[in-house]
Design a protein. Sequence first.
Length: 94
Amino acid sequence: MDDLLQQTLDSAAATAAAEAGLGPATTANGMVFLLIAALGLVMALVYVPIRLFLTITARSRRLQLLLKIRRLRNDLGQPLETQSLESQPLEPQP
């Protein structure tokens, strides 16, 4: 009687587990999913700081370049200072 009861409980547990999707194949699929999800999380944790750093430095370099261009344009727009050149005597070059 006890053996029959134990077999019935075991078969019922196996049937319930199979219906709930807890079979060996499902467990392997779950492990593969967790592995891929963990790799994706690690990749995101590495990618996001690198991307932020590169974006910030690129914007900084771009801003410095634009400021340099603006400074050069302003310098080119200024008239030449000929008075300081005329006040100095010209010396013959050897």
